[in-house]
Design a binder for this molecule. Sequence first.
Ligand code: ADP
Ligand code: ZN
Length: 517
Amino acid sequence: MPSAATLLRDVFGFDAFRPGQEEIVHTVATGCNTLAIMPTGGGKSLCFQLPALMRDGVTVVISPLIALMRDQVRGLRAAGVEAGALTSGNTEEETAEVWAALEEGRLKLLYMAPERLASGAALGMLRRIGVSLIAVDEAHCVSQWGHDFRPDYLRIGELRRALNVPLAAFTATADAETRDEIVAKLFDGQPPQIFLHGFDRPNIHLTFAAKDGPRQQIMGFAGARKGQSGIVYCGTRARTESLAQALSQAGHNACAYHGGMEADARRHVEHRFNSEDGLIVVATVAFGMGVDKPDIRWVAHADLPKSIEAYYQEIGRAGRDGAPAETLTLFGPDDIRLRRAQIDEGLAPPERRMADHGRLNALLGLAEALDCRRATLLGYFGEAAERCGNCDLCETPPETFDGTEAVQKALSAILRTEERFGAGHLIDILLGNATDKVRARGHDTLPTFGVGRDMDKRGWQGVFRQMMGHDLVRPDPERHGALVMTEAARPILRAEAPIRLRREVAQRTARPAARAL
Ligand code: ADP
Ligand code: ZN
């Protein structure tokens, strides 16, 4: 049986679990009764879809939302999973197809509207087909006092008893009364495993910084935390080796870790990290599974992670003991270019590639956020949050300005040079630098030439990076370094939507290290 992480990647195309998912998947897959409370948009579906694939037999999914069931069935089929729905919205053909798949024992997930449970025929059918798990979406519908009450949900407890299989219930409604009612009605009062944690890890300090001599930035960060256990994540194997060496030379206890190393050597590093104090492991994302160390004091990303989910998972390795922990994530235009290229050059179907760009945008949005980092991060996972006071943006709110005009000037430079040049050349045009390349192309005669003299080079670099971060421009996959405009930029070009940008300032001095309790 493939592992949950393998299925997550191969079937669903995701590189990391969302907060909470892994534990829930594990618990449900091992056959425990489970109640998971997760915010809307947090990724509940996966918490029963993955266990459904990991377990023998059919998982019955009960949901009150017909459109949503149909969406999920469509999505699962597109991913090559045998799934079907029995709802009032079915054509006769669809129903016949579902029955045929059930009879042949092919179906892995059977979605059903609760009304179906009212007929005795349904129960007989479910008894015959080898159900191994019942998943109940929107479980609060069982609550007679809530406004989503569905009388047919009261039959689910009966169904569970009749089939004698584990049940996993999911809802976004967290209040204690509803929870008690779910336990009483769905689990006969036998307490299931309950998952109700927010996603916040308040002891982890969050910082992002634009790359500006990245090696020195990492060395500075580690230097301020000498003697503490930490992880530096790098985008390439080569970089793990060279950075580990540089850290060692600077007197740190540091070593590299990546997937290209022998299994023995990797285990050795894991063992050392788990048992020694104050070791720095400079690693690719391959490092993490074998790590079980509660007192990792810091995690730095020397390169931008792959997605916001991967970011959360990787920084989440710090501070499991609850004591203060620090993180630093570096990012720059080259990271964005690399991550976009990886998506575009991948073998995933077009819709998945679009979704991957979307998830990368979410991370870039976090990197370029203007307000509380944590509130932005948790908001992405569906959880509302106040300003946290424990991130770089809360501590030092960025200076912002109305960037609409600057973005328009930059877009104009891009369009007038036919989307064929990179930021360096475009900035020369905006600043009115008559370099050889500018003159050779006649770009010193463009109306855009010199219109950006009100800002310096560093300021323009910031504008271009933020434009990439907001997905207003993308690197041309065909032409190295060239920037092309995206649809998202059109409203700004037409002055229909304003945009606020962060003003670039000199790098702040490094934060003092967190003190371990
Ligand atoms: P809800 O909790 O509201 O039921 P869904 O299960 O519909 O949320 O998931 C919300 C979105 O998050 C979906 O688009 C889904 O594809 C995406 N998603 C879920 N898990 C992950 C993951 N581990 N990595 C990336 N995206 C994910
Ligand atoms: Zn904050």
